[in-house]
Design a protein around this ligand. Structure first.
Ligand SMILES: NC(=O)c1ccc[n+]([C@@H]2O[C@H](COP(=O)([O-])OP(=O)(O)OC[C@H]3O[C@@H](n4cnc5c(N)ncnc54)[C@H](O)[C@@H]3O)[C@@H](O)[C@H]2O)c1
Length: 312
């Protein structure tokens, strides 16, 4: 298949691209490099079945140029992912993540292409104690980032119902691994591993009792590609995650054995924090036979190994 991957030069995108190429697909990447990089794709630079276009999903001309190629499948990952930035600048996230998604949907409709929208677990309300979050769990737009993702999901569903667009909505839980940034645009695992490797203090926002369900990125990429290609998933919303959560306190202790280097600091956006996130992934198992293959310990080990090798 010829697959367009928006945001393909980003963290999850580069693994999705690798997975698609390994399975014999032709891939077109569209990325404006606002948070991605060409280096993320350097492993595939000699592949004749990969085309990389630097451009913006908000630019209609760029999109119509790309859709001159016969695109059969779209995996839409491009988004502004920084929750704090979405609180500081909601217009930017609205234009990028909602209008950008609308632009891609319009092209998908014209091209009659399949469409996989990468939403997020951040659209969910917190899990009450002990309960894993299934796709029917209540949503809560606790930040403009989550609000924009929910708006995007609604538009995708409207194209499925009104035009029969073969679309699926995917809600990965927090994903980590090699190539993820160690800044605010990154994730908690590489931020903590980087601090640990540099002999620095690991800062925890708030009391650290908030939990996350952390999925290794190669498991996430496999899930995204399989769900995007599956007829059984058309019209569905699907979660993916490890199925176990860990408090940020326990995560920090797992990564850094020296307790004196772990500190609690004031949360930057407590109002948008989700206290407990744990994934019920039984629907993905039922529809796709998908389960994550990497434990948290293994995934942190792989992330640390990569960061050790690429440290300057
Ligand atoms: N990382 C996670 O834990 C996680 C969890 C659930 C869902 N997601 C979703 O997965 C997707 C990818 O996340 P990521 O962690 O790889 O982030 P990322 O920032 O590394 O990837 C997003 C990519 O989109 C590109 N992009 C942003 N705006 C664009 C635009 N207007 N035009 C073209 N390209 C644009 C960026 O340059 C970047 O390369 C996002 O939609 C995110 O919301 C991520």
């Amino acid at each position: 298949m010829t697959v367009l991957v928006t945001g393909g030069a980003g963290f999850i995108g580069r693994w999705v691209v690798g997975h698609l190429l390994n399975e014999g697909n032709s891939v077109v990447v569209l990325d404006d490099l606002s948070n991605g990089s060409r280096e993320n794709l350097s492993e595939f630079s000699k592949r004749s079945d990969l085309t990389v276009k630097i451009g913006d999903i908000k630019d209609k001309q760029t999109l119509s140029d790309i859709f001159r190629t016969d695109i059969e499948e779209i995996i839409h990952l491009a988004a502004n992912i920084n929750v704090q930035e979405s609180i500081d600048n909601p217009r930017k996230v609205f234009e990028n993540d909602v209008i950008g998604t609308f632009n891609i949907l319009e092209e998908a409709k014209k091209a009659d292409a399949r469409f996989a929208f990468i939403s997020t677990c951040m659209v969910y309300d917190t899990a009450s104690s002990g309960e894993a979050i299934s796709e029917t769990h209540p949503t809560k737009a606790a930040s403009p980032y989550a609000g924009a993702k929910l708006a995007g999901e609604n538009m995708v569903q409207s194209y499925y119902h009104a035009y029969g667009l073969p679309a699926v909505i995917l809600r990965p839980f927090n994903t980590y691994g090699p190539y993820q940034k160690t800044t605010g645009e990154g994730g908690v695992v590489p931020i903590f591993v980087n601090k640990e490797l540099n002999g620095e203090t690991l800062n925890i926002y708030g009391d650290g009792n908030q939990t996350r369900d952390l999925m290794y990125v190669e498991d996430c990429a496999e899930f995204v590609v399989r769900a995007a290609m599956s007829d059984r998933c058309t019209g569905q919303i699907l979660n993916a995650g490890l199925g176990k959560d860990i408090t940020i306190n326990d995560l920090a202790a797992m990564i850094c054995k020296d307790r004196s280097r772990i500190k609690h600091i004031q949360h930057i956006h407590p109002q948008s924090e989700i206290p407990r996130l744990v994934c019920d992934r039984s629907k993905a198992k039922k529809l796709l036979g998908w389960e994550p293959g990497t434990s948290l310990e293994e995934g942190i080990g792989k992330t640390r190994e990569f960061m050790n090798l690429t440290r300057r």
